[in-house]
Design a protein around this ligand. Structure first.
Ligand code: SAM
Length: 283
């Protein structure tokens, strides 16, 4: 492992601050600084950007982001045990690194960030998915962030980039591809982490589009696709019954066959349906 900064190796940091990994916080740490620098490079040109990092842990990815030239990194970490280790990074990069101790699902760090903003995270998978959906579904677009570079369980990463007709295609694919360009940029085996998780992981990079690919209201689209894929084996006229009493007419107006299953419906058609659902609700 080659040094990317003057700080001690992460194994020493973990031993010094007694950061034994906690399962309850989804702690699988990346200790190879070459790897964390490689992930940071996937986030794009960081030099003129503030980077919001969620879940820095002992700071492996944080150090990668700073070494790769981020203007400033702001991290949100739930585990207070990590704060002394993160303070050492703040001391090594004066004025460039700050930490908020708290739950990323409850904290709004926007007031502490200056655009352009990129987001990078290696998070527990459930928290990562929840945040991804929140970042993709604000009412207005473009969002506060320019790009997201996020670690996921490989299977979740495949759901984000999936195409119609595949088993992985669902709500995550639709919301991600509606407002962003999404691609898998790196695959990691369990052994890349300490302790190793049971499954493989992948880094997904999403660039926010200047405007959504097709017009639709975010909340309505989210509700329609959630219902459609909740019962993905059913025909849409059945799975979407709860969305509107006129669902058969609305499917027809959107050009979607009544007997179609969610898996076969394109992003464009789902957006058309969301527009008809929203218009019917206004009548
Ligand atoms: N980024 C570090 C790395 O790559 O080695 C740590 C990754 S570890 C998979 C996930 C980190 O997210 C842990 O440090 C954990 O304490 C933190 N975390 C878990 N839930 C969180 C939440 N809701 N808000 C903020 N941080 C959280």
């Amino acid at each position: 492992m080659s040094a990317i900064d003057s700080l001690p190796p992460l194994r020493e940091v973990i031993a010094k601050h007694q950061l034994s990994a906690r399962k309850s916080l989804g702690q699988n740490f990346l200790l190879d600084l070459n790897l964390t620098a490689k992930i940071a490079r996937q986030a794009g040109d960081l030099s003129g950007c503030d980077v919001l990092e969620i879940g820095p842990g002992p700071g492996g990815l944080t150090r990668g982001l700073l070494a790769e030239g981020a203007r400033r990194v702001l991290a949100v970490e739930k585990d207070a045990r990590c704060l002394p280790a993160l303070q050492e990074i703040a001391d090594a990069y004066p004025g460039r690194f700050g930490v908020i101790n708290g739950d990323a699902l409850e904290i709004d760090p926007l007031a502490h960030l200056t655009p352009p903003i990129r987001i990078a995270a290696n998070l527990p998978y459930n928290v990562g998915t929840e945040l991804l959906v929140r970042w993709l579904t604000p009412k207005d677009w473009p969002p506060f962030w320019q790009s997201l570079t996020l670690m996921f369980q490989r299977e979740v990463a495949e759901r984000i980039v999936a195409q119609p007709g595949s088993k992985a295609y669902g709500r995550l694919a639709i919301l991600s591809q509606w407002r962003a360009d999404a691609r898998i940029v790196l695959s990691l085996p369990p052994g890349a982490f300490t302790p190793p998780p049971k499954v493989s992981s992948a880094v997904v990079h999403l660039d926010a589009l200047p405007a959504p690919r097709f017009e639709a209201d975010a909340a309505v689209l989210n509700r329609v696709v959630a219902a459609a894929f909740n019962q993905r084996r059913k025909m849409l006229r059945a799975s979407l019954k709860g969305i509107s009493p006129e669902i058969e007419d609305l499917l027809h107006a959107a050009g979607i066959p009544q007997t179609e299953r969610a898996e076969q419906v394109s992003l464009e058609a789902f957006c058309a349906l969301a527009r008809h659902v929203a218009a019917a609700a206004q009548r």
